[in-house]
Design a protein around this ligand. Structure first.
Ligand SMILES: *[C@@H]1O[C@H](CO)[C@@H](O)[C@H](O)[C@H]1NC(C)=O
Ligand SMILES: *[C@@H]1O[C@H](CO)[C@@H](O)[C@H](O)[C@H]1NC(C)=O
Ligand SMILES: *[C@@H]1O[C@H](CO)[C@@H](O)[C@H](O)[C@H]1NC(C)=O
Length: 738
């Protein structure tokens, strides 16, 4: 889904805005562009890397308020535990003809991308690699695409609009995400080796539905007739081989990682993360320990994993479709996944379906196999509101009333409903008054954005800095003549994505940069977050996605035009590696002027006992056949201070918990908090005490669980007035019987 507001968000926003007072200022109009392309074919080299990109930053708190997750924009939706750790998976492609000329694609298990995060990644790469290697990576050829999990930390955003519900900008969140991403890229850098790419495409019909079918249906009938479904059901698979051995894979399939709903408090990489985790575990069982499987995001703007559709939470009846409400109440209308209300089960089911299709494609006969070919990249920063499309110009950013309604994946605020663009209906008179406290949209903005009825005139709000970007990065890669990757800085709907792919395909073929049969994929949510993009016809319906298409009705045409120019430049021969001009900062936020209202952990105490003391022991025996949930509870500290680290099969990993098995009189670590079958949960007790629950569900394991003796461990760090110290706890041993 989306980044969208719950009622608490809007109230926080109003409060904040009235505190700071909103002033308008003009936006600038610069377009910056660089172009590069490798000269000729040579054998293909690929590097792969993976690293954790979450950390203590997900737990930001003084007592309660932890850092809310980004995605549902609900203050109540925040991290208190870890189910499935968040990772970054990096792929570097180069041709032996010119090794200095490479592209880096990273699928990051983050909610939203941000410019300042990418800036840090590039800085860290230059710091951790020798000069002549560090300079190979810059804005032009590094693409960071978020999977858009809704159960990951926020705080990394650059603009006020997306910072509010995370209490401003959290530089520590950006640093931890960026360190993980940079680490994954460095690993890929160090594993560059000749490789073969197998490309294939296949239909997955049971893992997604369109959550705004009313908007989709407004697209021209002859255009709709060209496609079998109102969602893209194609999965595109790139399998990377070294001879017969598969080194890893990346696939693109359009579906929101919103199987976990807005009341979840476990960090989770959701359905895509489950699929990645399980595939990598399966490969480990075959001794392929370094296998990396990325399930990347694409044109999922209007695509939900909640297959059972929207239902009323009280009666269980389907909602009144169009408005997404139950008797006029939108908060009662929530879509259900195949797990029927059980988010973890839905995560697993939607994850398994993507996994099965991906493995089938990777193991089947590929449509195309390539071992050589040039690698090309293009990158530009575009001043969106100043794009001219024929007679029309795009608009300064604004969000519509229907944006406030959210979607049926998790509803927003009862101000309006989806598809409502009547300025006099609903609660609008009241909210129109409130809007005036923030910033009344100018007549020019209203005319430009019509038929959107504006709730937030973000393009005219510049205090303390911009609320939404006007400058966005667009990026295009070609990997051999058979694959092009569009780095798209927003969420794009099914039909808008098809138009973009078709247009880029045509332009790249015309520029002789790819072959006619090449695959074009959109890497959604890349590099920076520019909300939504719908077609003009979908925009007219003004459901959530249209209400969040911020540059007005011609937004998509603006992107088509600029990506077309980028694609045409791709064929224009080589140029030495040269960095894009710097991000135009004059009107944008800078790290210097950012607002941060979040407080640090002040103190941890341990019930005047010892940190790590076991408060509740596991039972002494469990039968594996009885699907046991094995738990222990520890006196612990705030997780924001950090955890510990363990070695599993010689691999060092950070964790807050572990499962250990007794083997030849020695305790061996077999699980960390990065595993689906474990959970770690923290809670504050009183002012500064904490209790942590460590859980293991062996029946959810992929790696076989043998009968034997086991124990649970907890790792943490506590903060006293001057220092932070590490500590750990160990449960009694327990026996697993078959
Ligand atoms: C989708 O999955 C459901 C539940 O497993 C099944 O009943 C249905 O037949 C499947 N549909 C398709 C098209 O595979
Ligand atoms: C809508 O339903 C929610 C949840 O049942 C309830 O809390 C809220 O008061 C209702 N709102 C209105 C306007 O009836
Ligand atoms: C959200 O998910 C939780 C956990 O899976 C579930 O208990 C709850 O019923 C869900 N809420 C809604 C409104 O579906």
């Amino acid at each position: 889904m989306a980044w969208k507001p719950a009622s608490s968000y809007l109230h926080g926003l109003i409060l904040l805005a009235s505190l700071i007072g909103a002033l308008a200022s003009p936006f600038n109009g610069r377009t910056l562009q660089t172009r590069q392309q490798a000269p000729d074919a040579g054998s293909l080299l690929v590097g792969l890397g993976k690293a954790g990109c979450y950390g203590m930053s997900v737990f930001v708190a003084l007592n309660d308020p932890s850092l809310p997750f980004i995605g549902y924009a609900d203050f109540a939706n925040k991290a208190n535990g870890i189910h499935l750790r968040l990772n970054a998976r990096a792929f570097i492609f180069a041709s032996s003809a010119d090794l200095n000329h490479r592209v880096v694609f990273v699928s990051t298990e983050t909610g939203l991308p941000s410019h300042f995060t990418r800036k840090l990644v590039i800085k860290y790469l230059k710091e951790s690699l020798p000069d002549n290697e560090g300079k190979l990576y810059n804005y032009d050829n590094v693409m960071l695409s978020s999977t858009h999990t809704h159960s990951g930390p926020g705080g990394n955003q650059d603009y006020m609009m997306y910072q509010i519900h995370n209490f401003g900008a959290q530089q520590s969140a950006r640093e931890i995400i960026a360190r993980g991403i940079a680490q994954a890229i460095v690993q890929a850098h160090n594993t560059m080796a000749p490789s073969t790419l197998d490309l294939s495409r296949g239909l997955l019909q049971n893992a997604s539905i369109n959550r705004s079918p009313q908007s989709y249906a407004n697209n021209p009938a002859d255009e709709r007739a060209q496609y079998p479904s109102n969602v893209d059901q194609d999965m595109v698979m790139v399998n990377i081989r070294d001879g017969e051995k598969s080194r890893g894979s990346v696939n693109w399939f359009a579906v929101h990682p919103t199987s976990m709903n807005g009341s979840n408090f476990y960090v989770s990489s959701d359905n895509k993360g489950y699929a990645s985790w399980k595939w990598e575990e399966l490969e480990k069982l075959n001794g392929n320990t370094n296998y990396i499987a990325a399930f990347a995001q694409t044109n999922a703007g209007d695509v939900s994993p909640n297959l059972l559709g929207p239902h009323c939470t009280d009666t269980g009846a389907p909602c009144d479709g169009g408005k997404g409400s139950c008797g006029g109440n939108i908060t009662k209308c929530v879509a259900r996944g195949p797990g029927d209300g059980d988010g973890m089960l839905s995560t697993k089911i939607i994850g398994e379906r993507q996994l099965d299709k991906a493995r089938e494609l990777a193991q089947g006969t590929p449509a195309m196999t390539v071992t050589s070919g040039p690698v090309g990249f293009q990158h530009a920063w575009i001043d969106m509101p100043n794009i001219q499309v024929g007679q029309d110009k795009l608009c300064a950013p604004a969000m519509g009333f229907s944006f406030s309604a959210g979607t049926t994946d998790w509803p927003g605020t009862q101000i309006s409903w989806q598809g409502d663009n009547d300025p006099t209906a609903g609660n609008k008179p009241f909210w129109t008054f409130v809007r005036g406290l923030l910033e009344t949209p100018s007549q020019k903005l209203q005319d430009c954005q019509a038929p959107k009825v504006i709730l937030l005139a973000t393009g005219e709000m510049n205090v303390p800095y911009k609320w939404q970007p006007s400058t966005l990065p667009i990026q295009l890669f070609t990997v051999t003549r058979k694959l092009a990757i569009i780095g798209f800085p927003a969420e794009i709907t099914t039909m808008a994505g098809r138009r973009l792919r078709n247009h880029v395909h045509k332009s790249l073929v015309a520029a002789n940069a790819i072959d006619q049969d090449a695959y074009i994929v959109i890497a959604g949510l890349s590099n920076q977050y520019g909300s939504y993009v719908t077609t003009r016809e979908e925009y007219a319906v003004q459901r959530y996605e249209g209400g969040s298409t911020m540059y007005g009705p011609h937004t998509l045409e603006g992107y088509l035009q600029t990506f077309g120019t980028l694609a045409s430049s791709m064929g224009q021969g080589s140029s030495p590696v040269k960095e894009s001009p710097q991000f135009p900062l004059s009107q944008e936020p800078t790290e210097m002027n950012e607002v941060n209202l979040l407080t640090a952990v002040v103190l941890d105490t341990s019930f005047s006992g010892k940190f790590g003391t076991v408060k509740k022991q596991p039972q002494s025996k469990y039968g594996l056949g009885s699907n046991p949930t094995i738990t222990a509870e520890f006196m612990c500290a705030h997780p924001r201070n950090g955890g510990g680290s363990v070695k599993i099969a010689a691999q060092e990993t950070n964790t807050f918990m572990a499962v250990e098995r007794l083997e030849n009189d020695k305790w061996v670590t077999v699980r960390s908090d990065g595993s689906w079958d474990t959970k770690y949960l923290w809670r504050r007790v009183g002012l500064s005490d904490s209790l942590c629950t460590v859980e293991w569900n062996p029946s959810e394991s992929v790696a076989p669980v043998a009968p034997g003796k086991y124990r649970l461990r907890y790792f943490g760090r506590h903060k006293t007035v001057f220092v932070t110290n590490s500590h750990s706890g160990t449960s009694n041993e327990f026996e697993l019987t078959s």
